[in-house]
Design a protein around this ligand. Structure first.
Ligand code: HPA
Length: 279
C-alpha cells in the first residue's frame, strides 16, 4: 500500500517555513482562532497530495503554520468527517501527515452536544476519554508505516498534558470541565432515546469527529489533548430542535475563550516529547 502520509508530509515539509512539533486541529465554528497566529503560511488541503478538499460549512480545509504567543505551531483548520462519505483513512489523513512530518503533540478541538445534563451551551470540556460508536477505525487493513497494530488506549488523552491545561485554565479563570466524548457517525443529530442510551454508556458529550483522528495519532505515539465546545444540549435535554447554524454560532463565541486557553497552553507544551514536562 502506498505511504500516503509520507507523500503528504514531504509536500508539507517543502512548503512550510519550519518543522512543526505541536499542532492544533480546529473544528466547527472554531476557525477564527487562526487569527491569533502571526507569520503565517497556509496550505489548502486540496494542494496536499492525496487530500480531497473539505466541504462542511464552518470548515475551511487548510493547514496554517505560524507563531502562537511566540511558539511555532501548525493549525489544521477544518477536518474530514466520516459522515461526508470519506473513508477512515481520509479522515485520519491529516493527522498521519502531521505525525510523519514530526508533529509529536496534537490538540484537537470540536463542537459537541452536552449529554451530561449539567453541561450548558458555551461550556468548554477537556476530554478524559472517548467511546468509539462509529464502528470504524483508521487502523483497519494493513498496518501503516510507523503505526502499531494494537495500540494501547488506556490513556488516549495525555494525563500530563491535561494537567498543564487545568493549570492554564485556572490561571486565566476559564472554567474547564472534564468529560467522556462519544464519537458517533452522524450526520443526523441523535434521537432523544439515543441520548439517554449515551448517558447510560458513560458519555458526557456527543460529536461526530475526533475519535478516528485520536486513534490514528495514538497508533503513531502522538500525544493528544482534546477540547469540546458544548454548542447545544443533546436532544431531549431541553434545548429544543438542533440546527448546524446554531452549533457554528455558539462555537464562535466559546471559541474565543478556548482560543485564550490555547494561547496560554501551547507555549507550555513540552517542545521535546522525550524530555518530560517543561514550563
Ligand atoms: N450531536 C452530535 N454532534 C454534535 C452535536 C450533537 O448534539 N452538537 C455539535 N456536534
Amino acid at each position: 500500500m502506498p505511504d500516503y502520509a509520507a507523500a503528504a508530509a514531504a509536500y508539507l515539509r517543502s512548503t512550510l517555513p519550519f518543522q512543526p512539533r505541536v499542532a492544533v486541529v480546529l473544528g466547527s465554528g472554531l476557525g477564527a482562532m487562526v487569527e491569533e497566529l502571526s507569520d503565517t503560511t497556509s496550505v489548502a488541503f486540496k494542494q496536499v497530495p492525496g487530500f480531497p478538499s473539505a466541504g462542511v460549512a464552518g470548515h475551511a480545509g487548510k493547514f496554517v503554520a505560524g507563531r502562537l504567543a511566540g511558539t511555532e505551531v501548525l493549525f489544521q483548520c477544518g477536518r474530514y468527517h466520516l459522515y461526508e462519505g470519506h473513508s477512515p483513512d481520509v479522515v485520519a489523513g491529516p493527522v498521519r501527515a502531521m505525525a510523519a512530518l514530526g508533529v509529536h503533540t496534537i490538540v484537537f478541538t470540536n463542537a459537541a452536544g452536552g449529554v451530561r445534563p449539567t453541561l450548558e451551551p458555551g461550556d468548554i470540556v477537556m476530554l478524559e476519554d472517548h467511546i468509539n460508536l462509529q464502528a470504524q477505525s483508521p487502523l483497519m487493513g494493513p498496518v501503516r508505516t510507523g503505526e502499531e497494530r494494537f495500540p494501547d488506549m488506556s490513556a488516549p488523552y495525555d494525563p500530563e498534558l491535561r494537567l498543564l491545561a487545568v493549570e492554564a485554565a485556572a490561571q486565566l479563570s476559564i472554567a474547564l470541565h472534564s468529560g467522556v466524548y462519544a464519537g458517533v457517525l452522524g450526520p443526523s443529530y441523535e434521537t432523544a432515546a439515543e441520548v439517554r442510551m449515551l448517558g447510560k454508556l458513560g458519555a458526557d458529550l456527543v460529536g461526530m469527529s475526533t475519535v478516528p483522528e485520536v486513534v490514528a495519532a495514538r497508533a503513531r505515539g502522538v500525544r493528544c489533548l482534546a477540547f469540546s465546545v458544548v454548542t447545544n444540549k443533546a436532544t431531549g435535554l431541553g434545548g429544543g430542535a438542533l440546527s448546524h447554524a446554531e452549533v457554528v454560532a455558539v462555537g464562535r463565541e466559546a471559541g474565543v475563550r478556548l482560543g485564550r486557553l490555547l494561547k496560554a497552553l501551547v507555549p507550555r507544551l513540552p517542545a521535546d516529547p522525550q524530555s518530560g514536562l517543561t514550563k
